[in-house]
Ligand binder design. Structure first.
Ligand SMILES: [Zn+2]
Length: 299
């Protein structure tokens, strides 16, 4: 398309109704990619951070962002794999739409979607996310994981062994994290938000205190050379970042728990706040007041 036609198109778009203009803007979400190690690339669009393995065995995705971003991911993958191969596997770290929205798009192109059984169960039924005041209708059949597991699963792909392991009652009841054991890379799903308070979906079986236990277990498995991909923020993090995140989880949850035990109200605790050390952690999607409520709801 030449410049004149682009200019004409821009004029036409400005003549459309405001709602249509918003649609036109949303049709072109941008996705960036960063090479990580070996076959691994981190892709970032609008939702959760995505990890792609692109190599001799084909393409595998860990999470696939919102549905409307899928064509932009497809364009980036076409650049990474010029032979035009489509993903063979999509692993979902949990059921939320900012991590599973692309499932139907990729399944239609031949991908096998893999997730913990609770991910399929929640996607297949109507979900009320009370904490954020949202109702999520059941996903179409094409979007549902077709390979499910209860505890863990291994995939042998692109010269690596991927250990997909369920960690119960963290961010939801169906969180898995993916260990790329040869490359020493771990996709943390939404068990880790880098330098920000996490969303803990208590209504979906998440719990702040079990999340702490999960992070302790993960820390015992990784080393100083491990590269972590956080579900949100970052995207890249290391063991020291996860230790700092654990310190935040422990300190703030103990503070709220103790004050509630002393008989203070949630309103009073929220008004006092969690202290200056963690104030920057609340400058993102999950504000300090929401984080305090997740802790209280987890008790
Ligand atoms: Zn999530």
């Amino acid at each position: 398309m030449n410049r004149l036609r682009l200019a004409l198109l821009a004029t036409v778009i400005t003549l459309l109704t405001p709602a249509m203009v918003v649609m036109a803007q949303e049709e072109a979400p941008s996705v960036t990619q960063t090479p990580l190690r070996g076959a691994l690339h981190v892709l970032q669009g609008r939702g959760g951070n995505v990890l792609a393995s692109v190599g001799e065995d084909g393409i595998l995705l860990v999470d696939d962002d919102y549905a409307e971003t899928a064509p932009a991911y497809s364009a980036v993958l076409d650049q990474l794999d010029e032979s035009g191969r489509q993903p063979r596997f999509v692993l979902n770290t949990h059921w939320h739409g900012d991590h599973t929205g692309g499932n139907a798009f990729w399944a239609e192109r031949g991908a096998v979607v893999v997730a913990h059984i609770n991910v399929r169960n929640r996607m297949a039924t109507r979900q009320e996310m009370k904490a954020v005041g949202r109702v999520v209708e059941p996903s179409p059949k094409e979007a549902l994981p077709v390979v499910t597991f209860g505890h863990s699963l291994a995939l042998h792909f692109n010269g690596d062994v991927l250990e997909v392991q369920h960690f119960p009652e963290g961010h939801t009841d169906g969180d898995s994290i993916v260990f790329f054991t040869a490359e020493n890379v771990v996709h943390m799903g939404d068990l880790m938000w880098k330098d920000r308070f996490p969303f803990v979906d208590v209504g979906s079986g998440g719990n702040v205190f079990s999340l702490i236990a999960n992070i302790e277990r993960i820390l015992a498995r990784i080393d100083d050379q491990t590269t972590l991909v956080a579900g949100h923020g970052g995207p890249l993090a290391n063991k020291a970042d996860l230790e700092r995140y654990l310190a935040m989880l422990r300190t703030t949850s103990a503070l709220v728990r103790d004050k509630l035990a002393q008989g203070q109200s949630l309103e009073a605790i929220t008004a006092q706040g969690l202290g200056d050390e963690w104030s920057s952690w609340g400058e993102h999607y999950i504000k300090e007041a929401a984080w305090i409520s997740f802790i209280a709801d987890s008790l």
